[in-house]
Design a protein around this ligand. Structure first.
Ligand code: ASP
Ligand code: MG
Length: 418
């Protein structure tokens, strides 16, 4: 069997969903389809949640109506009988309205997962019903009952053993050739919904591939495959047809938006190849990530990670022991879920480059107990793999660089945003 994953951009319009039907109709294998929330639904649901958490229930319900209208508009364009599609998602919006009307927003992370996870439940319902109407029989699964995670709300980790038992039983392919399930979501052992981190649907697809021993996983994206740099930022980008798992992990951790960093491990464990293919041109091969490749990547790779903050900490007393300070500081950063992209230490200080997220303020506060904390925001981190002087010069000349790290093959440059 194969796993196909379609992201938010693929399902943001009726045309996109028709294209899914077109792609899927050309496949005769057993298929597990993983789908994200439609377009910017996750962002919109975060707004619904924010109003709810501020006890502004009316504003929350109004925003939810906007989300519903967006889905209805797609359904109207997509279905010959729009009422079928609308009826399929009505119970889901009813559940959401119940939660918002009667709930008390006590725990942000937990409510996030309970409410925002509906984006994927709604999109998969629509895709499933539409495929069925188009003559593509399929079975819809609620992965909140099958993917078991820990209770680390908003960034939950999948418990593979428990999930495997449940998923293999539910998707055994004896009665169905095609299954559809949600990216991004699962539930803890008590059944409380969890989410796997923003852009986590890739990770879901990899987990499903691993649990069902897929022969391959394909992520359909609105790009021609994997390029050596983001074409929206850099000129003269080059297509990379083959990468190793290790290449891909490095790219993902440096901030390449192409795949979620957690995607590779479940696939590498079972040596399942990952294809990244262009949704708009389904006959093109795209790129493949696998254990070994014919030849190493010869072009330099550039990755820009935006919205970075450089945090510098110095102990308040002068007894600086690097190891002690590091372990203390990292415990705090880990607790506040900061993603550290770069580290530098000196005789009396530690500097780390982290993503500017909503957790940052809390972390800085807590670090302030033991350390004197200063920071610079509005930064971007450029990683270059396979660098040469010319490419470094081209990308850093005239820029304010706050921190640079270079090895023989790669360099990282933390610079002020322009
Ligand atoms: N819908 C989620 C998000 O936008 C997960 C995903 O699309 O991968 O982050
Ligand atoms: Mg998405």
């Amino acid at each position: 069997m194969k796993v196909y994953k379609f992201g938010g951009a693929s399902v943001r319009s009726a045309e996109g969903i028709r294209n899914i039907a077109h792609i899927v109709s050309g496949v005769n294998d057993q298929l597990f389809i993983v789908v994200s929330a439609m377009g910017k639904t996750t962002n919109a649901m975060e707004v619904v949640l924010d109003y709810f958490m501020k006890a502004n229930h009316q504003a929350s319900l109004d925003k939810l109506t906007e989300v519903e209208t967006y889905h209805h508009d797609i359904i109207t364009e997509l279905f010959a009988q729009p009422e079928t599609g609308k009826a399929a998602i009505k119970p889901l919006f009813d559940e959401l309205r119940q939660y918002i009307t009667n709930g008390i927003g006590d725990d942000y992370d937990r409510w996030y997962d309970r409410l925002v996870s509906y984006g994927e439940v709604i999109s998969t319902k629509i895709v499933s019903v539409f495929l069925a109407e188009s003559g593509i029989d399929n079975a819809w699964l609620d992965l909140r009952q099958l993917i078991v995670t820990d209770s680390n709300y908003r960034e939950a980790n999948v418990r593979m053993d428990e999930s495997q038992i449940r998923l293999q039983q539910a998707a055994d392919f004896s009665k169905n050739r095609i299954y559809i399930g949600q990216g991004f979501i699962g539930a803890n052992i008590k059944g409380d919904p969890t989410t796997l981190g923003r852009e986590g649907s890739d990770y879901s697809a990899a987990v499903v591939g691993n649990l069902l021993n897929a022969e391959s996983v394909t992520i359909w994206k609105d790009v021609p495959g994997i390029l050596n740099a983001d074409p929206r930022i850099f000129e003269n980008t080059v297509h990379i047809p083959e990468l190793t798992y290790l290449d891909a992990v490095e790219l993902a951790y440096s901030g390449a938006q192409i795949i979620h960093p957690k995607t590779i491990k479940p696939l590498e464990n079972k040596q399942i190849p990952l294809y990244v293919r262009p949704f708009g041109s389904p006959t093109e091969a795209g790129s493949v990530i696998k254990a070994t490749t014919e030849k190493p990547i010869e072009v330099p790779i550039l990755i820009l990670r935006k919205n970075q903050v450089l945090v510098t900490i110095r102990p308040r007393n002068f007894s600086f022991v690097l190891e002690e300070s590091l372990s203390k500081a990292f415990a705090v950063m880990n607790k506040h879920r900061l993603k550290v992209a770069m580290i530098q230490s000196s005789a009396i200080s530690i500097s780390v480059c982290v993503d500017n997220t909503r957790y940052l303020a809390g972390a800085l506060d807590e670090l302030g107990n033991d350390f004197k904390v200063t920071y610079n925001d509005g930064l971007e981190l450029l990683t270059i793999r396979g660098l040469n002087d010319e490419i470094v010069e081209k990308n850093t000349t005239g820029r304010t660089c706050l921190l640079t790290q270079r090895t023989r093959r790669s360099g990282r440059f933390l610079m002020k945003e322009i």
